[in-house]
Design a protein around this ligand. Structure first.
Ligand code: RBF
Length: 348
């Protein structure tokens, strides 16, 4: 860690002495003018296989396409998380971008660090939370609500008489890595949703250790299915493919998060929550271009506001799921919308 921060300091000093950067350089004469507004999207990982990253890039592209003569710069930060701070620092130090856009719960802390050196650099961060830095606006989803919907559905499936459901009342969750949103919001929400169906349901929680190793995800899934799990919620980026492969081999089920993906594995992916991340990226970037982004504030998107939903309209869903299960889903969704069930994101 000490070596890392020394390395980071050296990079910053190097940039400063080269005169490549200036912490005080102002863009005020040009800021917020539509035709010059310049945006970089930093993908903390790779785009392919990661739904929230794909949607961020698409939404940003749609917003920038509406601004004449501007190209969107998209930078894939790669899977080495230790390099992200340095890469964002280099982006901010270039002073080329009015706005840096990124997404995931680790980005606010990283951009907050960079912001200390480059206070004029503005950031828009999706799927993360930070209040009070006048250069940063964050927009996160109520992941307790979202995972509650996934858990409720998984609970209905494991309690059902469907072909892939045994009598063990076991469901699973596979995550790319362990991080605060996962252990404090997603896992508890998922568990609460399932227990709302039947308090005897247990959740088998496993971690891949990265966001790309499909083979590891496949072997974890095989072990879970062999121990009686009927359905796995997978939140593991590129590694999700391994979960699908295992479910196909075992005649079991997969539940997706963030994007409706029934067509990718008909009869195997049988449920899916969705977030409107493409729309969020698009609408908020348009706001930023118009000079109306509320930097310094943090917004939380909910089911009630339409930012989170469960896709129960897709033909494959309707084909695989009984009318009884679907009406239970309709009911629970309307209880979240009406506020009859209220699930808050914890503060941590
Ligand atoms: N989700 C992905 O789909 N792909 C990723 O590569 C990825 N990398 C992440 C890295 C970190 C440090 C953290 C905290 C989360 C990451 N996520 C990734 C999870 C993602 O931000 C989000 O929480 C989940 O997709 C659930 O919405």
């Amino acid at each position: 860690m000490a070596v890392k921060s020394l390395y980071y300091s050296l990079i910053v000093m190097f940039l400063l002495t080269l005169g490549l950067v200036s912490c005080t350089k102002e863009k005020s004469d040009t800021e917020n003018t539509n035709d010059i507004y310049s945006i970089a999207v930093f993908v903390p990982g790779v785009i392919a296989g990661s739904p929230t990253y794909e949607m961020m890039a698409e939404g940003a592209q749609r917003a920038v396409n509406e601004v004449d003569g501007r190209e969107l710069k998209i930078i894939e930060g790669g899977y080495n998380q230790g390099e992200w701070l340095e890469k964002i620092t280099v982006l901010a130090s270039s002073n080329e971008y009015d706005l840096i856009v990124s997404t995931n719960p680790a980005m606010p802390a990283i951009c907050n660090e960079v912001s200390k050196l480059f206070p004029n650099q503005k950031f828009f961060l999706l799927d993360g939370f930070l209040e009070g830095n006048k250069s940063i606006y964050t927009f996160r989803y109520n992941q307790v609500e979202q995972s509650f919907l996934n858990g409720y559905f998984a609970g209905l499936i494991t309690s059902s008489k469907m072909d892939g459901a045994n009598t063990d009342l076991k469901i699973g969750l596979i995550a790319g890595q362990e991080y605060p949103d996962m252990v404090k919001a997603i896992l508890p929400g998922f568990t609460a949703g399932a227990e709302n169906v039947n308090s005897s349901i247990s959740v088998d929680f496993r971690i891949v250790g990265n966001w790309y190793d499909a083979e590891k995800a496949r072997s974890l899934s095989m072990s879970m299915f062999n121990s009686g799990v009927d359905i796995i919620l997978t939140i593991a980026g590129g590694a999700n493919q391994g979960v699908i492969t295992a479910a196909r081999e075992m005649g079991k089920y997969v539940l997706m998060y963030d994007v409706s993906a029934y067509d990718d594995a008909p009869g195997i992916i049988i449920g899916s929550t969705e977030i409107k991340q493409e729309r969020a990226a698009y609408e908020k970037i348009k706001l930023a271009i118009a000079g109306k982004m509320n930097f310094g504030t943090a917004e939380i998107a909910t089911v009630k506001d339409g930012w989170i939903s469960f896709d129960n309209k897709h033909p494959l869903y309707l084909k695989n799921i009984s009318a009884d299960i679907n009406s239970r889903m309709e009911e629970i969704i309307s209880e979240l919308v009406s506020g009859k069930i209220s699930l808050k994101m914890p503060v941590y």
